[in-house]
Ligand binder design. Structure first.
Ligand SMILES: [Zn+2]
Length: 203
């Protein structure tokens, strides 16, 4: 079975594997690195390997999967084979991932999403505060201005926690209020859907 890693490399791309296991890449293939506390996208996903300019993590798709789930290379190969239907191990599936590592990984995925969502939402709130500020006392308050008034304090607190909090504090928040991040993500998705330009019919 020594060629199993080559076989995997030839049949699935690094990009597909990264995407399948939840890495969010931008259009140029950059993503926030799940292997260090990455504030800007420093990890580049190439066709056949990845490299993090922040922490130096690198490897092929099997190496990525092994690192991400905290499992040995051979188990990562089995996992990819199973998840992508490659049938390289006669239907054998990866040993179950150590539950502690699994939840550790869930936390890191959550943290990555939280960093992204909070910084995007906070910059929108700050923007709205300026551009939708009422010009006189009679003007009705713009709903986005009101949202900014209501939400900025909490989102600033979150941003501060994510940037300067200890791992313990972040984990506690994740456990007790982790869903708030999901709500922020949903809000951002809704906003993105709203601003999508509507095509006008030519008259
Ligand atoms: Zn890194």
């Amino acid at each position: 079975m020594e060629n199993v890693f080559d076989e995997i490399r030839s049949r699935v791309s690094m990009r597909d594997v990264a995407k399948f296991y939840g890495l969010q890449m931008n259009h140029s293939g950059m993503a926030r690195c799940p292997f260090h506390d990455d504030r800007t996208p420093s990890l580049k996903v190439y066709d056949d390997h990845f490299y993090c300019f922040g922490c130096g993590a690198t490897g092929d798709c099997t190496g990525f999967t092994a690192k991400l789930f905290g499992i040995p290379q051979i188990e990562a190969a089995k996992k990819i084979s199973y998840d992508f239907g490659l049938n390289l191990f006669n239907g054998e599936i990866a040993v179950s991932v150590n539950p502690r590592l699994k939840s550790e990984n869930d936390f890191h995925v959550w943290l990555r999403n939280a960093n992204l969502a909070v910084s995007e939402y906070l910059s929108k709130l700050n923007e709205w505060r300026k551009i939708y500020a009422p010009k006189n006392q009679w003007e009705q308050l713009h709903p986005l201005f009101v949202e900014s008034l209501k939400r900025t304090d909490y989102v600033e607190y979150l941003s501060d926690l994510l940037a300067h909090g200890s791992d313990k504090e972040k984990k506690l928040y994740y456990k007790e209020n982790g869903n708030d991040i999901k709500k922020i993500q949903e809000r951002l998705e809704k906003l993105a859907a709203e601003v999508r330009p509507v095509k006008r019919k030519a008259i």
